[in-house]
Design a protein around this ligand. Sequence first.
Ligand code: ATP
Length: 452
Amino acid sequence: MATQTVSMDQIVSLSRRRGFVFPSSEIYGGLGSTYDYGHYGVLLKNNIKARWFEAMILERDDIVALDSAVILHPRVWEASGHVEGFTDPLVDCRTCKLRFRADKLEDSQCGRKPSKHPGEFSECDLTEPRQFNLMFETTVGPVKDSGSRAYLRPETAQGIFINFKNVLQLARRRPPFGIAQIGKSFRNEITPGNFLFRVREFEQMEMEYFVPPAEAERWYRYWIDERVNWYLRYGLRRSRLRVREHGPEERSHYSQGTSDIEYLYPIGWSELEGVANRGDFDLTRHTEYSTTKLEYVGPDGERYVPYVIEPAVSLERIIVAMLVDAYDEEIVGERERTVLRLHPQVAPVTAAILPLIAKDEGMVGKARSLYEELRRRHSVEYDDNGAIGRRYRRQDEIGTPWAFTIDEQTLADDTVTVRDRDSLAQERLPLGGVRAWLDDALEREWRTPKGD
Ligand code: ATP
C-alpha cells in the first residue's frame, strides 16, 4: 500500500468535519489552541484510555490505580521544584508584540510578512530571554491573598508521589510496584500550537514505578520497550516511531536518564511520550518538605528510598499520532474516500448496522434488532440515512472497522453481509452469529495494512 504524507491541516479538517474535535469557545471568537471534544473524539479518547488502563493495570499484578486532586497543597510544587524551575525562556518582540520560546525560535513564525523565524526579519526587535513559569495560578477560598495561592497541576506525577505512603501501607505493596493515573494537567505554554500537539490543558496518562535503586536502569529499559510495544500493538507503524535518549545537558534536574519515544508527526520527529528514570529525587524532596518519611521498609528491616521510573504521555499526542498514522485518501470504484485505518479496539465506533433500504419495514426491523443486541456490548451505530455508498464512506471517515448490511437476502435466509473497512471484502454471515463474529474479530491481532 502506498504511504501518503498527511498534513496537519488534513487531520484538523477531518476532526472538525466529523465532530471529533472543535476549536473551543468558537461562538466567542475562540480561545487560541483550546479544543473541545465532540462525540467521536470522546469515544476515541475513552478507548485509548481503556487500552492504556488495561496494559498498565488490568493485565498486571504490580500496578494500582489512583485519581488525585488537580489542586494540591502549594508546598507540593515547591518540593517538586516546579515553583522555582518549571520555566521556559520567553522573548518578546517589541515590533510585532508576539512572544516566543527562546529555545524554539526555529519552530516559530515571525509576526511580520514575509514570514520568517523571529529575529531574522530586519525589523525584529527581540528582548533578552526571561524565565516564565508555566504553572497556572489560582486562589483557594474567598480571600485573595498570597496565603491562598495555589496551582493547577502541571503534571499528574506529584499526586502519585504524595500518595506513596498510602499505597505502600494500604495496598501492601513492595518494590517493584507502580501507581498509575489519568487526569488533566495544565501548562501555560508560551507557544501552544500544531493542533492538539501542544495545548494548555491536556489529559496525561502517567505511571510511577517504584524500584530498588540497583534495579533502576533495568526497569528504565524495560519500560521504554513496553511502551514502544504498546504503540505497535495499537497499530502505529514501526517506521514512524523511534526512541531518542537525552544527553546529560538536556535532562531535567531530577532525571538520571530520559528517553523520548518520538513519532514522525507532520511537524517532524517530536516527543510522543517520555520515559524517565527520576531516581529518588521526588520521594526525597517530599520527605524533606513534608517531614513524612517516604521510604520502603522491608520485613527484615532493610530500608531504602525507591527509585522511580516514569512513562508519561498525553492523550492529545497519542490522538494526533493515531489519526496521522491512520489517515488515507484513496480512489475506490472511481470515487474518492477518506479512511481512518484505526485499530478496531481504538476506533470510536466498532460496527455500523445498515438496512439497505430505509423504507423497507422488514429490513429496518431486522437491522434494529441486531443493533439493540450489539449495542449492549459494543459501540455500534445504526444508520439508514442516504445511499449505501455514502453511508459506507461516512463510516470509513470515522474509522469504523466493520459494517453489517441487512438486505433482501436477509429477509429470505437471515444472513447479513459484513464489509471490512480496509480490504473492502464482503462476506455473508448468519444473523444469529454476528455477535460472536464481532467478539472474535475484536480479539484478533490487528496490523495496519499500511505496512511497517
Ligand atoms: P515538551 O518538551 O514537548 O514541552 P515535556 O518534555 O515538557 O514536553 P513532559 O513534562 O515530559 O513533557 O510531559 C510528559 C508528556 O506529556 C509528554 O511526553 C507529552 O506527551 C505530554 N505533554 C506535555 N506537554 C504537553 C502539552 N502542552 N500539550 C499536550 N501534551 C503535552
